[in-house]
Ligand binder design. Structure first.
Ligand SMILES: [Zn+2]
Ligand SMILES: [Zn+2]
Length: 125
């Protein structure tokens, strides 16, 4: 039987804090949330998780801070310096319900506005 769990429970945080991580098919990255003792609501189901409320991940200038104020950001590093970078600033805003991830329209990635299955947790990543 294959392991279909789409979450990884992080047991390494100091108790009583507990968090889960999942692979985001929109960002091709790992997102993590905390659910104990404060944080998101989590139904405890590793295969068909539900989190409440929505998960919002902002990076780079979307997250505010110095790069938003100065306009010197990772995403225009190449323009500014002529050196290569793969970094892109992004917004990922989703509802995870019953093992499916619904991306809201404010996401900057290609799955904005779509609902897809959460992929199985990939041990190699
Ligand atoms: Zn994402
Ligand atoms: Zn940026």
């Amino acid at each position: 039987m294959t392991n279909r769990a789409s979450l990884w429970i992080n047991e390494n945080t100091s108790p009583p804090e507990r968090g889960v991580h999942f692979r985001c098919p929109g960002c091709n990255e790992t997102h993590g949330i905390k659910y104990e003792p404060t944080g998101w609501g989590f139904n405890g189901d590793l295969e068909k998780p539900t989190f409440t409320p929505s998960v919002l991940v902002r990076s780079g200038h979307y997250a505010g801070g110095a790069s938003a104020e100065t306009g010197k950001c990772h995403c225009n590093f190449e323009e500014r310096t002529g050196q290569k970078t793969d970094y892109k600033c992004s917004i990922c805003h989703s509802f995870v319900t019953d093992g499916r991830i619904q991306f809201l329209s404010d996401c900057t990635h290609a799955l904005a506005g779509q609902t897809v299955d959460l992929p199985p947790w990939d041990e190699t990543k």
